[in-house]
Design a protein around this ligand. Structure first.
Ligand code: AMP
Ligand code: MG
Length: 429
């Protein structure tokens, strides 16, 4: 019987590699993240331009929001106790939003509009629809008896003065920009974008547009990884230098890595990271720096490499991450490892994607020994459907699917089983 530890292809030309045990994902990820020290450089940007950026300061509110008790309805501000004796009140003032009234006299009402401050003495608002204007318009009939506090938004109920409203290390969402603006921040201190050099390896790769589908030579394939990797990096706010396709030669790979290491925080490659003779990433990184080649105990996405390249003694090193060439493996390992790595460089504190439980509406009778990430889709009626072909080359699965089932090693799945589901929305933003 063949010894599975000896890859036949490389046996004749290189020393017999010792197969290392596959690394559990969590172990590799925590080792990887420990090496991703946050970038020190900060930038001040307009709050308008800060969507997706990472806050580098705590935002502390110097005011209450709302600043005053105010009306949440168009209607009449009243003293609720007055309504025990009468249902008709004199209208003695009018308070539109942006102005403020004066103390409300007993048996009086203030005409008030949404957002306007409640006048001193009033303790409730009766909405317009629950009133009847009287012909003299100087008084109003109330058709309901309000309880104290009704339709009043309290001072500070959104934000209390002195509160940390947004914390350092938080990635800014559109709503967070609004919240920062609500406490008066026109500019925000954020970390600078991560600079990434990206290239694909593979002599079989052709760029769409360069060769028409009808003219593709035998064995050629279009470079698909380049497109989604670049897009995913951009979604993380990275500045991407796309170095295109590097041929499957050691000298070319060394040259590309050396060029990429200049002025980049991270070099990201796809392909050539396995242990075949045409896989030059490993020796190339070793020529220029240090490499940790990890075979991860996940499916898809077993081949994965991390290393460091020192371009010159003056420059800091560049991180190197080598992703597998198979498109789905590349896609999945980006989401599971590169995304948190980049976010850590940006100073983000909450790195784990939000997984949820869901009910499988499919069978997975032959589980792998490795932890699997299955491409699935949420069904309108609840539960998850599985894409038929889970091969690591079938990119259709990643478009058809809307997330991954994170399936533990060796676990079969039957319809009705509760599984862990991570939506792509949590992995791609
Ligand atoms: P490799 O990791 O280089 O051995 O490649 C594994 C498989 O992924 C091979 O079938 C390659 O042709 C394919 N592959 C590698 N790079 C790409 C790419 N950029 N786009 C599409 N497929 C690729
Ligand atoms: Mg290759």
């Amino acid at each position: 019987m063949l010894n599975p530890a000896v890859p036949l292809k490389s046996a004749a030309t290189s020393p017999v590699p010792v197969r290392q045990p596959l690394r559990p994902l969590d172990e590799a990820l925590s080792e990887l993240l420990a090496m991703a020290l946050s970038l020190a450089d900060l930038e001040r940007v307009s709050t308008f331009d800060a969507d997706g950026r990472v806050l580098a300061e705590d935002l502390i509110s110097s005011l209450d929001v709302p600043g005053h008790d105010n009306s949440s309805m168009d209607g009449y501000a009243v003293r609720s106790a007055d309504l025990a004796t009468t249902d008709v009140l004199q209208v003695t003032q009018r308070i539109p939003a942006g102005s403020h009234g004066h103390a409300l006299e007993p048996l009086a009402a203030a005409r008030i509009f949404t957002g306007a401050p409640i006048p001193p003495g009033a303790d409730a608002v009766v909405m317009q629809e629950d009133t009847e204007a009287l012909t003299d318009s100087a008084s109003v009939r109330l058709l309901t008896v309000p309880s104290a506090g009704q339709w009043i938004r309290r001072q500070g109920e959104d934000v209390a003065r002195g509160a940390v409203v947004l914390a350092r290390g938080q990635r800014l969402s559109p709503a967070a920009l609004g919240l920062a603006a609500s406490i008066g921040f026109a500019q925000l201190q954020v970390t600078r974008p991560v600079r990434v050099a990206l290239f694909s390896t593979g002599d079989e790769l052709v760029m769409p547009g360069d060769v028409a589908p009808a003219d593709m030579p035998p064995g050629a394939i279009y470079n698909s990884n380049r497109f989604f990797l670049r897009a995913m990096l951009k979604r993380l706010g990275c500045e991407v230098t796309d170095l295109g396709i590097v041929p499957d030669r050691l000298d070319a790979t060394v040259q590309a890595l050396a060029a990429a290491s200049l002025q980049h925080d991270l070099i990201l490659t796809s392909g050539g990271v396995s242990v075949g003779e045409e896989d030059h990433i490993k020796p190339a990184v070793q020529t220029l720096g240090e490499l940790k080649l990890w075979q991860l105990a996940i499916k898809p996405g077993k081949p994965f490499a991390y290393g460091r390249i020192q371009s010159s003694s003056a420059d800091p090193f560049a991180h190197f991450i080598g992703l597998p060439g198979n498109p789905v493996s590349s896609f999945v390992t980006f989401m599971l490892l590169v995304r948190p790595f980049v976010l850590k460089l940006l100073g983000v504190t909450a790195l784990a994607p939000q997984a949820m439980t869901a009910v499988a509406q499919f069978s997975w009778p032959k589980a792998d020994k490795r932890r699997e990430f299955l491409r699935v889709r949420q069904l309108a009626g609840g539960g998850l459907a599985l894409f038929d072909n889970q091969s690591s080359g079938v990119l259709t699965s990643a478009v058809w699917g809307d997330g991954l089932v994170d399936n533990p090693p060796g676990k079969t799945i039957a319809p009705g089983d509760v599984v862990s589901y991570i939506p792509f929305s949590a992995l791609l933003s």
